[in-house]
Write a protein that binds this ligand. Structure first.
Ligand SMILES: [Zn+2]
Length: 272
């Protein structure tokens, strides 16, 4: 059903409406439809309208002198013999005419969701412990990681970023490394749990940007696999997950090959 345009009779101007109280049909207090207008050649026209100033002043002057009744500037221009051209309008460009129009503007337009970001950072020491995993992907021929869980430094940074979007603390609070239950636990399982907890807070991640900082191993051969896996774990398109890797030019503990660090930034919607 689309809007239609009706030509109506205004009661006091329409002689066919019975005035006799004894008539079978009582007088109608409302306007009545005379006919439905064919809409094809009709256009709804907004103001403001744009004209050449000199032509518009001419049309105004002519309308005033001839005492014409017009509804808008365009009608004045038509009456003065100018050609008026229709251009596309913008429905949100509302004209304020009545107090009701003003109230519409005052109505607060609360968005249904607002953007939020979360940042995460994690470090693990190299040493006898867990085989290196990054983003849930096993990295062969790499130094081992000292960790209580499986030591996936990238997923740990990612989880902290996700928790940051929801203002829900950090993974140390959610999964204490003193708890036996998390001994050598897969960080993929912990990530699932984090996702569940932030969804309960109406957080929906939409984009992830991550950086791994390490002197060894080389990340490039694994980068696309890690990206794909993180995208799968977050149920995001691959374009919404980015991964970079860098060294610290031999400086610091990563430069000394004593450990590995990772950063993650998550953009999300918080639905109201
Ligand atoms: Zn960690």
């Amino acid at each position: 059903m689309t809007d239609t345009i009706k030509e109506v009779s205004i009661p006091h101007q329409h002689p066919s409406i019975p005035e006799d109280p004894s008539a079978a049909t009582p007088p109608l207090p409302h306007e009545t439809v005379l006919r439905t207008i064919e809409r094809t050649p009709l256009r709804a026209v907004q103001t403001p309208q744009a004209f050449q100033r000199i032509a518009l002043r001419h049309a105004h002057e002519e309308a005033r002198q001839k005492e014409r009744i017009v509804t808008d500037d365009a009608a004045m221009m038509e009456d003065s013999g100018f050609t008026v051209v229709i251009v596309p309008g913008e429905s949100t460009n509302m004209k304020i005419t009545t107090p009701d129009d003003l109230r519409l503007l005052e109505t607060p337009q609360e968005p249904s969701h607002i953007p939020c970001t979360g940042f995460g950072y994690d470090v693990h020491r190299f040493g006898s412990g867990r085989p290196l995993k990054l983003g849930g992907i096993a990295i062969p021929n790499a130094p081992e990681i000292v960790a209580h869980s499986d030591g996936d430094v990238l997923l740990h940074a990612l989880m902290d970023a996700l928790l940051g979007c929801a203002a829900l603390g950090d993974i140390g609070e959610h999964f204490p490394d003193t708890a036996q239950a998390y001994d050598n636990i897969s960080s993929v399982l912990l990530l699932d749990e984090v996702l569940e907890r932030i969804r309960k807070r109406n957080i929906q991640p939409v984009h992830v940007d991550m950086t791994i900082v390490t002197q060894t191993p080389k990340i490039a051969p694994f980068r696309e696999n890690i990206r794909k896996n993180v995208a799968r774990l977050l149920a995001l398109e691959i374009q919404a997950v980015h991964l970079k890797a860098t060294t610290e030019e031999g400086l610091g503990f990563t430069g000394a090959k004593e450990g590995i660090k990772a950063f993650a930034q998550v953009t999300a919607w918080r639905n109201r």
